[in-house]
Design a protein around this ligand. Structure first.
Ligand code: PLP
Length: 394
């Protein structure tokens, strides 16, 4: 019996190709038939160091035979080590660990609301952005505000007015006595890989300072080296007050983090948590991954490979008459005519290259951060071949 015959047991929450992947190594995924695919999806940017990197498998083996799990109510070395490393590497003073990006963002929303209750006359509104993405729990869906989401899951969690991304005036127009924070992705990932402009980020910081608001960066997708700095805020020389991380932090293991500057750390015992919060296995892996990605030479490689991929995509765009190439570091997208991206995802897969399409006009590439120049070149060759075949078919 083919494993795919069991697929009807799964809820219909995501569109999957008719393939079963059985093994991953570095930049490559292998299907049941033994075919190799160059993976530029990498677990939706989760596998920062590629598939099954030794750093991760060794940390898992070491930690699982030492202390597999402890109560979130106990200290243990991986928890303390990862917290210390993240605080030392950033502008934040304290951290809370949980499992997914959405849960970290829930924590950020709650922290801002509690701070508003304590210090800003009960202000609770958090300005978020059209085209943004913060997760699929009810509050993070409401913060996301994707058109259509309010149809099936009403009522939305109130308090998330939407401004236009890169449009400072629309943000200023929404600020009122109920506003406590502004929350954004430095690069809108699911929205189609759209970077915030430098002027926009600086303008948001100035608005927050003027009105006493909290600036929250959702770095679930942009953090942990993805954009070529350890955290994307470092590109702008602007300090957010709260930041969330996820995806690459665990290098393939569920782990996310909420970080805040001291003055906003107003949780008390019982306010926030979860059975798996700060579990030894995830924290041990997180610490091992962070040790690798925080090295300057590692981040140099992300920037260098990012420039290589960006330049290669520009060449392909010119050759095949396509649109803009945008993004930062190894979070890049090629803009296509609307509707073409999902088709090209399938055709690239047939050539042995895995990509995804956050929007119907946008092909996204998120290779492993330790990709080699040869692997990037190989992906560009596969994409060129895909685009050439696609032109012939049209
Ligand atoms: N925030 C951003 C910016 C994301 O890109 C994502 C996931 O794509 C999330 C939050 C949600 O993370 P998770 O899927 O781990 O809940």
């Amino acid at each position: 019996m083919s494993p795919l015959q069991r697929k009807q047991c799964l809820m219909n929450t995501v569109i999957r190709p008719e393939l079963v992947f059985v093994r991953g190594q570095g930049a490559w995924l292998y299907d049941q038939a033994g075919l190799a695919y160059l993976d530029w999806v990498q677990g939706w940017a989760v596998n920062a160091l590629g598939h099954s990197p030794e750093v991760v498998t060794a940390a898992l083996a070491r930690q699982s035979s030492t202390l597999l799990n402890a109560s979130p109510g106990f200290y243990h070395p991986p928890l303390l080590a990862l917290a210390e490393k993240l605080v030392a590497a950033s502008v934040f003073d304290q951290v809370f660990f949980i499992n997914s990006g959405a849960e970290a963002n829930e924590g950020a929303i709650k922290l801002a609301r509690k701070w508003g209750r304590l210090h800003k006359d009960g202000a609770y509104e958090i300005i978020t952005f059209a085209n943004g993405y913060h997760g699929r729990t009810l509050a993070t869906m409401s913060a996301t505000g994707k058109p259509g989401w309010d149809t099936y899951y009403p009522p939305q969690v109130p308090g998330f007015p939407k401004a236009g991304f890169n449009d400072l005036e629309s943000v200023a127009a929404l600020i009122g006595p109920s506003t406590v924070a502004i929350m954004l992705e430095p690069v809108q990932g699911e929205g189609g890989v759209i970077p915030a402009s430098e002027a926009f980020i600086h303008g948001l910081r100035a608005l927050c300072d003027r009105h006493g608001l909290i600036l929250i960066f959702d770095e679930v997708q942009t953090g942990c080296g993805r954009t070529g700095e350890l955290f994307a805020y470092q590109h702008y020389s602007v300090m957010p007050d709260i930041m969330t991380l996820g995806k690459g932090l665990g290098g393939g293991v569920p782990l996310s983090a909420l970080l805040a500057r001291q003055q906003y750390c107003c949780f008390e015992p019982g306010d926030q948590g979860g059975t798996f919060s700060g579990a030894p296995l995830a924290c041990a892996v997180g610490a091992a991954v962070l040790d690798v990605i925080a090295q300057p030479a590692f981040l140099d490689n992300v920037r260098e490979r990012g420039r290589q991929l960006h330049a290669g995509l520009e060449r392909l765009s010119a050759r095949h008459g396509l649109g803009e190439v945008r993004g930062q570091g190894l979070l890049l997208a090629l803009v296509l005519p609307d509707g073409d991206a999902p088709v090209l995802v399938e055709q690239a897969r047939a050539q042995g290259l895995l990509l995804n399409a956050p929007r119907a006009n946008c092909l996204r590439m998120m290779p492993a951060l330790n990709s080699t120049a040869a692997e990037i070149e190989e992906g560009l060759v596969l994409l060129d071949r895909t685009l050439a075949a696609w032109h012939l078919l049209r």
